[in-house]
Design a binder for this molecule. Structure first.
Ligand code: FAQ
Length: 332
């Protein structure tokens, strides 16, 4: 054995180092259990850092790619008011991506590394943004269901143990809440004042977005590889299935008020559980979309790559301006 070739003194040093490491891990976990925030400069286990970089960068990419499905409708919004609201919403999503990239950068990963991971297809982003927006009603339904699911998942992240992520999420959630309401309100107007064809357009959009929205919460708890450790570290506060159930419970009444049906024949109130039971989710479809084979994966990635390439002159100009400013300052 390796230790047999060590001197007694060396063995004692290894044991002391292991005890030291265990002490640090215990102290770290004790801080989390006491509800303290971990800040960027604090000591943290490498695996905690890695998990956060993974989750926060995926979240940032989702916000950036998430601008595309609705961005598709900015030039075709039915009124000036709806166009102004949609422009502001899509811009907000871009802003969320930027806060989140900044939060991930505090963990030592660079913005360039994260961008490269997205553009080369190495990084994940939310499955939901790989579905097409076929009609104007899709914009309202994204606000209602997709932003609604995002809020359900993200409000607990305001209490995430990593301070920079938790603080970014407070602002993100306030804005997502406005997004959800504007979507719901736009659907209400169509359902109360629209023609039969317009109402049918809303129902069709609900039928297409319902199941993908439930998939946003991630795989079932039994298959979620990161949930247990992330919950021990206070990164996630609720499991994927818990949040999915809360979302279904909230949507049933909202759908009734809107006058739409949810496309699930197995949706029934379960008195014993105090929750709505719902039908089986098509997890094969979920994994196909996550694996790059959804209806719009290639188009979304190609659009981001094109935007990056076409934006090269802006980055070059900004860098040239910054170096000119530094040179002038140095010369003064
Ligand atoms: N899509 O072990 P778990 C928004 C992956 S923002 C794609 O359960 P975890 C705003 C997961 O990464 C929406 N991949 O993972 C908006 C992992 O793979 P990995 C995004 C998914 O991290 C609205 C593997 O499966 N929100 O909507 C998905 O504990 C409207 C195993 O899964 C966030 O990112 C999925 N749906 O839990 C913008 C919130 N689900 O990394 C525009 C923060 C799972 O090992 C318009 N993130 N995977 O390769 C989270 O809360 C968590 O990361 C979960 C997944 C809950 C998404």
């Amino acid at each position: 054995m390796y230790t047999q070739s060590m001197s007694l003194e060396q063995q004692a040093q290894v044991q002391a180092a292991n005890a030291d490491e265990q002490g640090r891990l215990d102290a770290f976990q004790a801080r989390i259990d006491a509800g303290e925030f971990i800040e960027a400069k604090d000591w943290m286990p490498a695996a905690y850092r890695k998990t956060l970089v993974r989750q926060i960068s995926q979240h940032a990419h989702s916000e950036i790619v998430g601008m595309l499905p609705e961005g598709n409708w900015i030039s075709r919004a039915p009124t000036l008011k709806r166009k102004a609201i949609l422009l502001a919403k899509v811009q907000d999503e871009g802003g969320h991506g930027l806060y989140l990239y900044a939060a991930a950068e505090t963990l030592g990963v660079s913005r360039d590394e994260m961008t490269e991971a997205l553009l080369t297809g190495k990084a994940k982003y939310s499955s939901i943004f790989n579905y097409p927006t076929l009609t104007w009603a899709d914009v309202g339904v994204i606000g209602w269901l997709v932003d609604g699911a995002a809020i359900m998942n993200q409000v607990p992240l305001c209490r995430c143990s990593f301070g920079p992520y938790a603080r970014a999420m407070i602002r993100v959630c306030r804005e997502e809440s406005f997004h959800q309401r504007q979507g719901y309100e736009s659907l209400l107007v169509i359902m109360q004042e629209g023609t039969a064809a317009q109402k049918a357009m809303v129902q069709d959009a609900v039928n297409r977005w319902w199941w993908p929205s439930l998939m946003m919460f991630g795989p079932p708890d039994s298959e979620s590889q990161h949930s247990d450790q992330s919950m021990r570290w206070g990164i996630k506060r609720n499991s994927n299935d818990e949040l999915r159930q809360k979302f279904v419970d909230a949507c049933v009444d909202q759908a009734k008020v809107l006058g739409v049906s949810l496309p699930d024949p197995d949706l029934v109130w379960n008195e014993a559980r105090g929750h709505w039971d719902f039908g089986a989710i098509d997890w094969d479809e979920f994994w196909r979309v996550v694996g790059g084979e959804g209806p719009c994966n290639r188009e979304r990635l190609a659009t981001r790559v094109r935007a990056w390439e076409e934006g090269a002159w802006v980055r070059d100009a900004a860098l040239a301006f910054a170096s000119k400013k530094h040179a002038l300052k140095d010369a003064a």
